[in-house]
Write a protein that binds this ligand. Structure first.
Ligand SMILES: Nc1ncnc2c1ncn2[C@@H]1O[C@H](COP(=O)(O)OP(=O)(O)O)[C@@H](O)[C@H]1O
Ligand SMILES: [Mg+2]
Length: 234
């Protein structure tokens, strides 16, 4: 479904991604894990068309997208749920969700889609008129995910949904990711929370200093000496 080949990216003259290649098949739940500053967010921003790669290709559903406009990429069915949520804080839950339905294809169906999103996140429905800034951290993350789903994506890129949340809320967020996957949505999840991520994803890639250093099915990575020492503290 998504294929990245030989991708490099830089901020000005500072290169931060080096020759990355990765693949996500339709229906897979794939994770990208790595420490703070490894380049995870930069990779997602490059895939979603917010940033241009300096070399390499990105193919989504058989079409090359590395030069495509971010809006067109959303229209093709690839939605990016950004780091730190980026909500419209002075708008209500309902208005934030509507903003996520802007691709023409999904605007017409926004009422139906919102029902589906409220089914996944009942707490958002109870508070649909409340301003986004008044929500708890966990609720804000749910709203960010709900908004990202309003375009009816085939695949989502999710950047650190557990960041800054209390452990109990983190578990809730991971449960929601599992249910999205059950809904048939293909997922590329970026996380620093390596232990829980390796428990829910099918496969994972490990990114260090802008380079992919390890990849494999999660059960294999959990046993790897490098992953255990560097990320699991065992
Ligand atoms: N807007 C930016 N301008 C310059 N450097 C940046 C910018 N954003 C990130 N970087 C640098 O790129 C590297 C990778 O950052 P990032 O992709 O945010 O990593 P991660 O998401 O894994 O924490 C870091 O060294 C970071 O300082
Ligand atoms: Mg990041």
């Amino acid at each position: 479904m998504l294929e990245v080949e030989g991708l490099s990216a830089a901020y000005g003259r500072v290169q931060v991604l080096w020759d990355l290649s990765l693949k996500v098949e339709e229906g897979e739940f794939v994770a990208l894990v790595g420490a703070n500053g490894a380049g995870k967010t930069t990779l997602l921003r490059t895939i979603s068309g917010v940033m241009r790669p300096s070399t390499g290709t990105i193919t989504f559903l058989g079409k090359r997208i590395e030069a495509a406009h971010a809006n067109d990429i959303v229209n093709m069915g690839l939605s990016h749920i950004p780091e730190s949520r980026k909500l419209f804080t002075e708008m209500s839950i309902k208005e934030n969700l509507e903003m996520g339905a802007y691709p023409r294809r999904s605007w017409k169906e926004r009422r139906e889609t919102m029902k589906w999103v409220f089914g996944l996140f009942p707490r958002l429905e109870e508070r649909s008129k409340q301003l986004a800034r008044t929500l708890s951290g966990g609720e804000q993350q749910m709203l960010a995910m709900g908004r990202g789903l309003m375009s009816k994506p085939k695949m989502v890129l999710i950047d650190e949904p557990s960041n800054g949340l209390a452990p109990k809320v983190v578990s809730e967020v991971f449960e929601i990711l599992k249910s999205l996957h059950k809904e048939g949505i293909t997922i590329l999840l970026v996380e620093q929370n390596v232990r829980q991520t390796l428990n829910i994803a099918d496969r994972a890639y490990v990114l260090e200093n802008g380079r992919l250093v390890l990849q494999g099915v999660c059960s294999f990575l959990r046993e790897s000496d490098h992953v255990r020492k560097a990320y699991l503290g065992v």
